[in-house]
Design a protein around this ligand. Sequence first.
Ligand SMILES: Cc1cc2nc3c(=O)[nH]c(=O)nc-3n(C[C@H](O)[C@H](O)[C@H](O)COP(=O)(O)OP(=O)(O)OC[C@H]3O[C@@H](n4cnc5c(N)ncnc54)[C@H](O)[C@@H]3O)c2cc1C
Length: 453
Amino acid sequence: MAELRGDLEQIVGGTHVLTDPDVVAGYVTDWTGNWHGHTAAVVRPANTDEVSRVLARCHRAGVAVVPQGGNTGLVGGSVPLHGEVVLSTARLNRIEEVDALGCTLAAGAGVRVADAQRAAAGHGLALGVDLASRESATLGGIVATNAGGIAFVKHGNTRAQVLGLEAVLADGRVLTRWAALPKDNIGYDLPGLLTGSEGTLAVITRVLLRLVFPAQATATVLVGVDDAGAALSLRDAILEAGLTLEAAELMTDDGLDLVCAEKDLRYPFDDRAAYTVLLEVSGPDDPEGSLVEVLARCAGVVDGTVEKGHAERLWHYRESHTESAASSSVTPVLKLDISVPVREIGGFLAELPELLRADHPGIRPLNFGHFADGNIHVNLLDVPPEQREEVTDAVFRLVAQYQGSISAEHGIGRAKNPWIGLGRSPVDLAMMAAIRHAFDPAGILNPHVLRFD
Ligand SMILES: Cc1cc2nc3c(=O)[nH]c(=O)nc-3n(C[C@H](O)[C@H](O)[C@H](O)COP(=O)(O)OP(=O)(O)OC[C@H]3O[C@@H](n4cnc5c(N)ncnc54)[C@H](O)[C@@H]3O)c2cc1C
């Protein structure tokens, strides 16, 4: 290992091979605090060539490597639990070009999402992906996890934004697909395959993303509704009125109470409602006025607050959920990001607390999510460590009964490996294992993540 470290220092420079336990501490623990590991070294290459040489050297030594971006992933995929070398993309942080005419952004994989958003905004454009971890999560990270987020309802997932990638294979070879062509059908979609591969097929070093035009006139509403059906009817009424949905988020009454307590916020309505929906819409004329009209004729609406533009004040209720869950729970929050068919959201949200109450009365569920996509972030608070597996199993089996997915947008990582068979058939798993073997026959890239056996 000493010889390997020396060679890595030769490649990236001595100050960019980190071994001091205090310095590497932030690289070996994940955002949730659930996953703690250790590493032989954290290596911070500055460009694709250095990444290539680092990987070639580790490959020769048979040493496993965990790629890491902002370390905001929520399934334990970005930390070295078995002493792997961490390859941090922190220094691949250059925004190379915003092409305002072609509507593209070219950047290093270590560029933070918020920095890319600001660069696009400087040219009157926007990134098609947005998520609450934007100030830390990286472009390489959102590609590697195929992140969804709050703009999914309008622009789709990260895969829909990827035009090209540069990536380094496990043995150091560089794979480049870099054409700003929305239409390009030569063979297999390798950038699409690397998107969502969670650091198991290659290390992404540069990304070429499409940009979108931001909505000009928007309005935001926070509205209390009687049930999940009313939330969906409201969504439909908004679309029928010719408005465009920019975001559609659902919160439960318990969750809102918890956020209000943790963040010292006022409960937003005079009357209580079973669910609170946050919708951001855009439209050509007066979206705020149109929203008020839609709300007035929708059944099941208890109370609501409409504001012009992207109302940070209203968004604060939704975006504080993750942090509030973490600060309120006495044990690390058990985060199970799932999806169910949209028509089943109400049934699932009603059945889940009952299931927990029966067998685990001390556990507090905090459910919220991007409801127009059927995506619910199940957050379970105060789960005793020895019950985590059993509780996860019970929730995932309920998801499977509802024909849902055990991973809507966060990936499989380490956290969901044991349940991957609930969502994919044996043939499907065998094909994915074969693809992984083709990219990385020695099995050095994130070997404990996204396992198919
Ligand atoms: C407050 C909060 C809100 C969030 N909201 C959302 C949300 O709405 N939607 C959503 O989808 N996710 C969300 N997340 C999860 C997380 O932010 C995303 O998964 C994000 O894409 C991770 O980016 P990262 O740079 O932090 O990646 P990391 O956490 O560092 O890594 C995640 C995975 O990608 C791999 N990886 C990272 N960079 C590379 C690379 N360059 N090449 C190859 N593999 C790489 C890692 O090995 C790991 O498996 C949220 C997280 C937090 C903390």
